[in-house]
Unconditional design. Structure first.
Length: 354
């Protein structure tokens, strides 16, 4: 079985391999759709997946027309090789269009625009699809971005249950429209009027699923292998009530950047429930993902407090409220029921520990 680490590969070559009998998961057709963001939008639109309005642009007049149609700010995107903040730019008015297009390599690079989506939160759902077409979904997470790069993932997302069900439904429908097995990350916008709009899909294990290594019964990586090899899919449920994943991003270049990253890691090693993953990349630069830290705990309150400690935030602010309730389980098998109890306590802002 041949799979991909990232979607930016030669889909035509994959198709030729499939014709020669090589099993590719996900299928070459899926890689071809997803690696072209404009084609991806067209595919999901055809299957009735809710997405933001979009249109291809190839001249200055066409993008000006798009601005008149969608209004400003206007999201301008590259069709290909756009990830980790690359390939996206915002035009706040008509006068900025020319410079935005130039920053993305010009129209010859292949561009399209989307109507700006005012959103309340950015969400992600990891969906696993087996070779026989069965799917399982991991709990919805919230991804917190800065400068178009994911900094923090909170699991599970702190949103109403009906919004979780809506996001999961949209994600599952999107993946069922594609061919092949594996793990897929579906990124969505939760809008201010409670819609779940699909943003984009990655046909592989994803940054928004790194927390599953410590927080879930089956990690996204094990799940991907199960899926592409035709093995039974594992349990995607969380085995910890709450988790936060924090990306270790380069804060500086060269040796200084490594020193800062290693200082962060040392602090993490003193935090209960924290696990460090260092990618051993030979070079560091600003905003480059060098590793990640996952913190698991009995509640989102607790893991956020540990994250504040990790980042040395709020050291002079008001003291954290200590838990006023304790939820005691007879065994780990009680966790699914206890999660509902914890959700009620969080709803009423009652600090607790499990």
């Amino acid at each position: 079985v041949l799979t991909v680490e990232i979607e930016h590969v030669d889909a035509v070559a994959l198709e030729k391999l499939e014709k020669q009998g090589v099993v590719c998961e996900p299928k070459a057709s899926t890689i071809a759709i997803i690696q072209d963001k404009y084609r991806q939008k067209g595919h999901f639109s055809k299957f009735g997946i809710p997405i933001a309005d979009f249109v291809e642009v190839d001249t200055l007049s066409s993008i000006e027309n798009a601005g008149e149609m969608f209004g400003y700010p206007l999201m301008v995107k590259s069709k290909r090789l756009a990830y980790d903040g690359r390939g996206n730019a915002v035009a706040h008015n008509k006068e900025e269009l020319s410079s935005v297009v130039s920053s993305l390599g010009g129209f010859e690079h292949g561009l399209y625009v989307e109507r700006w989506t005012p959103f309340a939160k950015e969400l992600s759902v990891i969906v696993a699809r087996s070779r026989d077409g069965c799917t399982v979904c991991y709990p919805v997470v919230e991804t917190i971005h800065k400068d178009n790069i994911c900094h923090v993932v909170e699991a599970p997302a702190q949103i109403p249950e009906k919004m979780k069900k809506l996001a999961t439904s949209v994600a599952e429908k999107a993946i069922k429209s594609l061919e092949g097995a594996g793990v897929f990350a579906v990124e969505l916008f939760l809008t201010n009027d409670n819609q779940a709009l699909l943003n984009e899909v990655a046909p592989r294990p994803h940054n928004s699923g790194h927390h599953t290594i410590e927080a879930c019964y089956t990690s996204q990586y094990e799940q991907h292998l199960r899926a592409i090899l035709g093995l039974p899919l594992g349990d995607p449920a969380m085995k910890a009530p709450a988790a936060i994943m924090y990306n270790i991003l380069g804060e500086d270049e060269g040796d200084s950047g490594f020193v800062l990253a290693h200082q962060l890691i040392k602090r993490a090693l003193n935090i209960p429930g924290a696990s460090v993953h260092w990618y051993a990349k030979p070079e560091i630069r600003k905003q480059r993902k060098m590793g990640h830290i996952t913190i698991v705990g009995p509640s989102m309150f607790d893991v956020k407090a540990h994250l504040d400690r990790l980042l040395q935030r709020d050291t002079d602010g008001p003291k954290k409220v200590r838990p006023r309730a304790a939820v005691i389980m007879g065994s780990d098998s009680d966790l699914p029921i206890m999660k509902d109890a914890a959700a009620i306590l969080e709803k009423f802002n009652i600090p607790f520990e499990v």
